[in-house]
Design a protein around this ligand. Structure first.
Ligand SMILES: C[S@@+](CC[C@H](N)C(=O)[O-])C[C@H]1O[C@@H](n2cnc3c(N)ncnc32)[C@H](O)[C@@H]1O
Length: 268
């Protein structure tokens, strides 16, 4: 604990307990402590992160799920439970930009029976997500945004969650070293105003959503007005949900019932 504190770990006591509980041998404990002192994120040292009450496997080089994203999960669970599907059937859930698959795993756990798909462009994330998602009956696909998803999902998705990268390029350098040095740039950098990937998702989301289905995306509070405008432009009825406690902002866009977006081409 003293060594962790000297290395600048603010929660040295908690971290020491976690390392002690996870290491299987004294040698392993020593090696884990060294890695943490060298600056690796605690979750990469442990090999897991606590997220929404679950223990999520997180491999080196994979984005560490943030507590604030539990707010997005809570919003999606509320919508997933409320959905009035006729005839009754499991909700179709897609976790786009899934990273470790934490969001999809939390949704499947909270909602019970779901048809779950996840996707990410990073091979390391896809491998990690498979460890978290496959035991829950979901499938994980590798590729750019919607590209790797089964085409049969078009027009059928009830809950589409996309925790896209949304840090403006110029601000990536201001992130804590744990993020800058140990998480891939593709997981953080959202382009000039941070909304590049969000725009690509909203451009085609309505084609994948079922009528009455929802897209949920995390942004910063500052980005919310621009993000809302983007949702509106793409025919999604937007609203903003925010949590002061978790410092989280989520844009929720719903595909209106009775619209046919399955064959529409995206507007420029
Ligand atoms: C902010 S992280 C979120 C990860 C996870 N959803 C979570 O909340 O912990 C963003 C993820 O988006 C993925 N990503 C970035 N660009 C992508 C793209 N064009 N297609 C698919 N995934 C992408 C990154 O690899 C990264 O895993």
């Amino acid at each position: 604990m003293d060594r962790l504190r000297a290395a600048g770990c603010v929660f040295a006591e908690d971290e020491a307990e976690l390392l002690l509980a996870t290491a299987r041998t004294p040698d392993e404990l020593a090696a884990m402590t060294e890695r943490r002192i060298a600056g690796l994120p605690l979750e990469h040292v442990l090999g897991w992160a606590e997220f929404d009450g679950l223990r999520i496997a997180v491999d080196p080089g994979v984005f560490v799920p943030r507590r604030r994203t539990e707010f997005l999960v809570g919003q999606a669970v509320g919508l997933g439970r409320r959905a009035d599907r006729r005839p009754p059937r499991p909700a179709v859930v897609v976790d786009l930009c899934c990273g470790s698959g934490a969001v999809g795993a939390a949704l499947a756990t909270a909602l019970g029976r779901v048809e779950l798909y996840a996707a990410d462009i990073e091979p390391a994330a896809v491998r990690c997500a498979r460890r978290n998602i496959t035991p829950l009956g979901g499938t994980v696909h590798e590729g750019d945004l919607f590209d790797p998803l089964p085409t049969g999902l078009r027009g059928r998705v009830d809950i589409l969650v996309a925790n896209v990268p949304y840090v403006p390029t110029e601000e990536v350098g201001l992130l804590p070293p744990e993020a800058r040095e140990y998480e891939p740039l593709v997981a953080l950098d959202g382009g000039t105003d941070g909304l590049d990937v969000l725009r690509r998702v909203t451009a085609v989301a309505a084609r994948w959503l079922a009528p009455g289905g929802h897209l949920l995306v995390e942004t910063s509070e500052r980005q919310a007005p621009l993000a809302v405008a983007e949702f509106t432009r793409r025919g999604l009825l937007p609203r903003v949900a925010a949590s002061d406690e978790l410092y989280a902002t989520v844009i929720i866009g719903s595909r209106p019932e009775g619209t046919d977006h399955t064959t529409a081409s995206p507007s420029p």
